[in-house]
Design a protein around this ligand. Sequence first.
Ligand code: SAH
Length: 271
Amino acid sequence: MAPGPAPDLLPAGLDFPDFPPGWVWLVGAGPGDPGLLTLHALHALRHADVIVYDALVDERILGLAPAATERLYAGKRGGRPSARQADISETLVSLARSGRRVLRLKGGDPFVFGRGAEECQYLHAHGIPFRVVSGITAGIGGLAAAGIPATVRETNAAITFITGHAANGDVPETLNWSALAHASPVLVFYMGLKHLPVIVDRLISAGRSAETPAAAVAEATTPRQRVVTATLGTLVEAITTAGLHPPAIVVVGDVVSLRDIIAAGAGHPGR
Ligand code: SAH
């Protein structure tokens, strides 16, 4: 039996689903701040036998699991050798088959540019039972931490999440830049820093005004969070001058101009 929930961490009187041996829980850890974890994520952290975690999972979050819980790194950053997706999926299957409670912990939300669906397909194909727990995605939580609202009634009736990085490492070729430039009032790029000059160029060439407010939020919701605001035309230079590094969310759209008021009023975000 797993230890019961720690009374100081999980509220009494709520029913949490069972985490049976042999199951995989695919859980989003949110953008970094442990306060943005879901209660289900915390429950899973405290009951798992083994945690298979990604590079973007904050160490303070891993620290919420009991010290005896095994932790396996499956990330792709930090100079450590990168784990292949097929190997990660196979690891999940074999850990589950060995009768462990496997917590697959991913940054943000597992289904937002996180390959969660691929892992579910693999688990399903191998007869492994699993549960998915959503997390706060960086494109929402990261913006909020910088004082940038995802939608504002007068400004945008839509928001678009885009990856700046295709499976082959290039800017995704399937994107319709003209449609994005004209029809999407707010564009939120994940993994957008590397190819930002190309992205900016395509948007402006497709007709988006270079004066559109734009921002980048790096390491959002962590103590290392940094925010750069500029315009679409000046963002690349502003990021270079500031020395911003991934992981970062890039946002293009008029919502960015509310940051001055919201960040100041909220009294906390945005260095
Ligand atoms: N599943 C994740 C996204 C994984 S893709 C989610 O839902 O948030 C990795 C990209 O997410 C990074 O390159 C960056 O663009 C973004 N990202 C994740 N965490 C971030 C953070 N704390 N601050 C800024 N960007 C972040």
